[in-house]
Design a protein around this ligand. Structure first.
Ligand SMILES: Cc1cc2nc3c(=O)[nH]c(=O)nc-3n(C[C@H](O)[C@H](O)[C@H](O)COP(=O)(O)OP(=O)(O)OC[C@H]3O[C@@H](n4cnc5c(N)ncnc54)[C@H](O)[C@@H]3O)c2cc1C
Length: 610
């Protein structure tokens, strides 16, 4: 039986201190107990082990009062552990002791930690009045996943309220008009395809958008560590030669440079190994304890990847996830590739690839179309959800500011890192909480540089460029010829992007123009063609979880808790792009997850009424 409306006022929402516990973290795989050889993977697995222990005891990361780290052969100049520790603590500042040791209890262990953790318990807090209307479903978030779910639920005859934190729909799709002339830029997601991304492309067609095919005619550029540029044909591999041929405006001359065949062969081998390993995985249930017990960097080293091959693979992890290879699980990276059909398909700008088409009206037009097709009373903007309460049978109470809504079911589509800021009563199950706590973003920002003319195309290039130096790691043509809008989108990502993010927009823009001028060996032309830049830094976006394009996991978590990803918690169901089996992290994944969660919920609700 549902509680009287004022009974919800005694629901537990606050916390009070209870006591201190001691937990430790060992550098073992949560599945096989194996200990990886490299230091980064050992630190990340020890933090995971500690995290699991403190969740099992009812604690949380912010409850950690004191940490003691034991490091074998500690070298104070290489503070290698601090990077992982800071990411784990996320701004929390416990007392940290470091104990250098010559060896630990087990041979091969290089790192171990223990912690004193304060445990709290919930105390009742007064809550505002509950809205009288009982909805069938409340959806958290009006991005692609939430609006797809709402659209499907309403079509199934269920009542549905969408609560959206921002003052706009679209979430990580967000399109803006250019101030110079015509055309629209995508501040968030840009690319899709119309073959294996069938759901999102069908939805886009429903709203009669126009597609722009990604430009792949002409050559590409690669900038090496020394800042020198090299030309390669689209679809080929960057090679380690210094070409002066591309300085010529004659595209035929571009093919005449000398190839370093050894480097090219090695890069191809590493790429093919990653492709083969990712294709082995089951998209719905990725299992490989060995690959999950190591970072992507350790995986590359275990494959004897050269420095150049690691630099190339770092561009993949930066461009796809904003992450450095030493911060993410190898299994997570491989599974991310598999979900998008494989590394090659995901990185491709051609038919079936992740970057094949753009939308002239901007990708946000899909969410705007979906929102316009729903009755206006079903979407509340500027309504950030702060608490979800399942203390009473068959009812979920959802709080936004000073209002509480009630429903039979809730679908959360907010990005996993955002769930950390929503108070769940009772608390999320330990494995779900482990996932939510462990998801991290790297650094990823897009800068759209607008030019008067497509000078790169005139020089025989398609606009695709990659760089080991930066500021931009990847550059792609995002022009809209119909609008006479000529745009190079620069991706500032990973550590390089984060370093440049300390600079103001003017310095960053000047540096990007310098980089493009250097790459095309024509700084004068680049400067004379330049009009403006559209910047947006997603690390400031609270309702994306302070990052983009999608969060990733460190070693061990997929194995320890990956199966909790799509698991409902009583009447709360979980959606959003990172829960998708296919194209997770992409718009296609968001639409698929919205459909999956709506089907899950409507089966139960409609079934219970029969
Ligand atoms: C810069 C960038 C580039 C990208 N490039 C591509 C690309 O080229 N191709 C591609 O396919 N994908 C790309 N993506 C990823 C793509 O945008 C996402 O995968 C997809 O849009 C996610 O949709 P979603 O509905 O799962 O999540 P979101 O779009 O994040 O929607 C979640 C919604 O929940 C809302 N919300 C958050 N917290 C709360 C709260 N407390 N209460 C209520 N509402 C809340 C948010 O405001 C948001 O509207 C990119 C993303 C970014 C940011």
């Amino acid at each position: 039986m549902a509680p009287p409306v004022n009974a919800i006022a005694s629901a537990p929402l606050g916390t009070a201190p209870m006591g201190l516990i001691h937990v430790s973290g060992q550098p073992r795989s949560p599945v096989s107990n194996e200990v990886p050889a490299d230091f980064d993977s050992q630190v990340l697995l020890s933090l995971l082990d500690l995290h699991r222990a403190l969740l099992a005891a009812g604690g949380s990361i912010v409850g950690i009062a004191r940490l003691t780290l034991y490091i074998v052969n500690y070298n104070r100049r290489e503070l290698q552990h601090t990077r992982h520790l800071h990411r784990f603590l996320r701004g929390h500042n416990p007392i940290i002791n470091l104990v250098p040791v010559t060896q630990l209890a087990e041979p091969g262990w290089q790192f171990l930690l223990d912690a004193e953790v304060a445990i709290s318990h919930s105390i009742p807090q007064p809550l505002p009045t509950v809205d009288q209307k009982a909805w069938d479903v409340i959806v958290l978030g009006a991005g692609l996943s939430g609006l797809t779910a709402a659209d499907q639920l309403i079509q199934a005859g269920l009542s549905c309220l969408v609560l959206e934190a921002r003052d706009r729909v679209g979430g990580r799709t967000w399109s803006a008009s250019l101030s110079h002339g015509k055309g629209i830029v995508d501040i968030g997601a840009s690319w899709l395809n119309n073959t294996n991304q069938s759901k999102v492309s069908k939805l886009a067609r429903r709203f009669e958008v126009e597609f722009i095919t990604q430009n792949t005619s002409g050559n590409c550029l690669a900038q090496d560590k020394a800042g020198s540029s090299h030309v390669f044909a689209y679809g080929g591999l960057p090679v380690s030669y210094r070409s002066s041929a591309f300085l010529s405006s004659d595209p035929l001359e571009l093919t005449t440079a000398q190839f370093d065949t050894e480097t090219q062969k090695h890069l191809g081998e590493i790429r093919d190994l990653v492709e083969a390993d990712c294709q082995q995985l089951d998209s719905a249930n990725p299992q490989n304890p060995i690959h999950d017990a190591m970072t992507f960097l350790a995986y590359l080293c275990s494959r004897n990847a050269s420095e150049t091959a690691i630099a190339s693979a770092s561009i993949w992890s930066r461009a796809m996830l904003g992450q450095e290879p030493q911060d993410i699980s190898a299994l997570y990276f491989l599974h991310h590739c598999k979900a998008g059909g494989g590394l090659l398909q995901m990185r491709s700008d051609r038919v079936g690839g992740g970057q094949y088409l753009r939308i002239r009206q901007g990708t946000q037009s899909i969410c705007k179309g979906l929102a316009a097709s729903l009755p206006s009373k079903n979407i509340l903007l500027s309504s950030p959800v702060t608490a979800v309460n399942q203390s009473y049978p068959n009812r979920v109470y959802v709080q936004t500011g000073n209002r509480i809504f009630q429903a039979s079911k809730v679908i959360s589509t907010v990005p996993s890192p955002v769930l950390r800021g929503i108070q769940f009563t009772p608390t999320l199950p330990a494995r779900k909480q482990l996932l939510v706590d462990s998801y991290t973003y790297g650094y990823f920002t897009k800068a759209m540089l607008v030019f008067k003319n497509p000078f790169w195309a005139e020089k025989g290039f398609c606009g695709l460029a990659q760089s080991f130096t930066g500021p931009a790691s990847i550059i792609r043509d995002c022009s809209s010829p119909e609008d006479d809008a000529w745009i190079l989108t620069c991706f500032l990502c990973g550590d390089t992007g984060r370093t440049w993010s300390q600079q103001d927009d003017k310095i960053r823009t000047d540096s990007l123009l310098e980089q493009i001028g250097l790459m095309y060996s024509d700084k004068t032309r680049v400067l004379s063609e330049y009009l403006t830049t559209v910047w947006h830094d997603w690390t400031a976006e609270q309702y994306s979880g302070f990052g983009c394009p999608c969060p990733s996991l460190p070693p061990g978590v997929l194995s320890a808790a990956g199966d909790a990803l799509r698991e409902p918690f009583w009447n709360v169901h979980f959606s959003g792009t990172e829960t998708s089996v296919e194209w997770k992290g992409f718009m296609e994944g968001a639409v698929r997850s919205g459909e999956r969660s709506a089907t899950e919920v409507s089966k139960q609700l409609v079934g219970s009424r029969v």
